[in-house]
Ligand binder design. Structure first.
Ligand code: ATP
Ligand code: MG
Length: 456
């Protein structure tokens, strides 16, 4: 049987269970929980817990029993493979007081998966056709492991509580299609209850200043709820409604709140949540018919790589230089050698300086003949720092052609973190400076924002 039926009349609350040593040990990132949570939330089901357990039968059974006792739905992923450490079938049977029986139909499906690929089924895969006798199996069109749908019933003071459990494979490219085709249609979101969320990303304002600007909109009893989250230099404003309104009414309420937020902080909001800052920058450049080049030292091409990750970037992004040595800075984009050299006296500014960043940007602009040039020079560490230029000192310059000639905007950042994050944050900061310039918000407070979120 390859269709799922559910015992619970309404799936009001749900838990996500992730299975695997690699997740519990931190060797792999649990992306399934995030994806599944979004799917359930979009359908009006409240996700109240995420749990990860290693490949350990007693812990797995205990987690299932505990979650089943007070939620209406569990979506579990992983542990459905053919090896001895794949325990989901056994755990589900134990937690639901059931026994495992072999499904001939599921076995035939697994065998046909191998036959289609010109192989015969290894004996170990036979275990994947075992299911709790009262459960049903879910066809897997993208791998060998069928999923399982079952119900765990718990005796409680207020009667018997039923929790529907869907066990689906761990690999995302098997998990996602199985969820969408077989689990989603079986879900029963609570009637008369919707959840609506919206995310507005900002740059150029720190989290507490943003909270100040949003004022009473952020009260914890406000409807809809408004909150902020900071991640990698971007502070996002989240709006969330959960309640009895119809979907169109809820959307209208979110529209009104979004308008209110934009009235207070609209100048800092770029595009929408699904648009990374590099895409927002490229869009804005395209809209204004402007071109960009980059001159990178400590980021070694990361800024160019980030921009060219976006399809169609060639419409506005011309290219650039990785000028890692002083010689390349001088030869490629005409940075005067005197800025590096002793001969300029004891006070030569050096490669990581306001003057060199500005000269890199101006040189790039002149050579590539673009409208904008971004330059980055800094000390990504772990070595190379000094008392007045510690690791994390990064200068970023934006040069552009204005009505009165070439204008340069140069900023110093003091970033914390390791080499990887300093380089990443430098790219973000450069893009944020350009975006703010394009969107005309000159009172950029990125320095503070970046420092705050880099502090461990
Ligand atoms: P298989 O038949 O492939 O063994 P399975 O259901 O047993 O399927 P697991 O063995 O638990 O799945 O996981 C297989 C792979 O799927 C893992 O190595 C990992 O790459 C990925 N995976 C598992 N769980 C998750 C998760 N929660 N988030 C992201 N990836 C996951
Ligand atoms: Mg496995």
């Amino acid at each position: 049987m390859s269709t799922a039926t559910t015992a619970h009349p309404e799936h009001r609350t749900a838990a996500i269970l992730s299975i695997g040593d690699e997740l519990a040990l931190g060797q792999a990132l649990d992306t399934n929980s995030r994806w599944l949570s979004q799917q359930l939330t979009d359908r009006g089901i409240s996700v109240v817990e995420h749990v990860t357990v290693p490949d350990d039968l007693p812990r797995h059974v205990a987690a299932l029993k505990r979650l089943a006792a007070d939620t209406h739905l569990i979506i579990s992923s992983g542990g459905l493979g053919p090896t001895a450490d794949d325990l989901t079938r056994d755990a589900l049977a134990q937690a639901s007081n059931d026994t495992l029986t072999e499904s001939p139909e599921a076995l035939a499906q697994i065998q046909s998966f191998f036959i289609k690929r010109g192989r015969s089924m290894p004996p170990a895969n036979r275990s994947q056709a075992l299911f709790p006798s009262r459960g049903s199996w879910l066809r897997n069109d993208h791998g060998t492991a069928p999923g399982i749908a079952a119900t765990i019933s718990t005796s409680r003071d207020d009667g018997t509580h039923h929790c529907d459990v869907f066990c689906i494979p761990g690999p995302p490219r098997e998990m996602q299609p199985m969820f969408l085709s077989l689990v989603a249609p079986a879900l029963r979101p609570p009637a008369g209850r919707v959840i609506r969320t919206r995310v507005l990303p900002t740059v150029g304002i720190g989290e507490s200043d943003l909270a100040g600007a949003l004022g009473t909109l952020m009260n914890r009893d406000a409807v809809p709820l408004v909150g902020t989250t900071a991640s990698n230099g971007i502070v996002s404003i989240r709006i969330r409604y959960e309640g009895p309104l119809s979907a169109p009414q809820a959307d209208a309420l979110l529209d009104a709140t979004e308008a209110d937020i934009r009235a207070r902080a609209g100048r800092y909001i770029f595009a929408n949540a699904d648009t990374p800052i590099e895409a927002a920058v490229l869009d804005e450049l395209r809209r204004q018919r402007k071109s960009l080049c980059v001159v990178e030292s400590c980021t070694g091409g990361l800024l160019a790589a980030t921009l060219t990750d976006i399809p169609g970037s060639s419409a506005t992004f011309a290219g650039g230089w990785v000028t890692y040595t002083n010689e390349r800075k001088s030869r490629d984009v005409a940075v005067p050698y005197s800025l590096f050299k002793e001969s300029a006296g004891d006070h030569a500014p050096g490669a990581v300086s306001h003057q060199v960043a500005a000269a890199m940007a101006r040189g790039g602009l002149a050579t590539a003949r673009t409208d904008f040039a971004l330059a980055i020079t800094g000390i990504a560490g772990p070595t190379g720092g000094s008392a007045d230029k510690p690791v994390g000192t990064v200068w970023i310059a934006l040069a552009h052609r204005g009505p009165r000639g070439i204008h340069t905007d140069t900023r110093r950042f003091s970033m914390m973190g390791d080499r990887t994050s300093i380089r990443l944050w430098s790219v973000r900061a450069a893009l944020a400076i350009l975006w703010s310039h394009l969107a005309n918000s000159p009172d950029l407070q990125l320095l503070r924002q970046i420092e705050r979120h880099q502090t461990p």
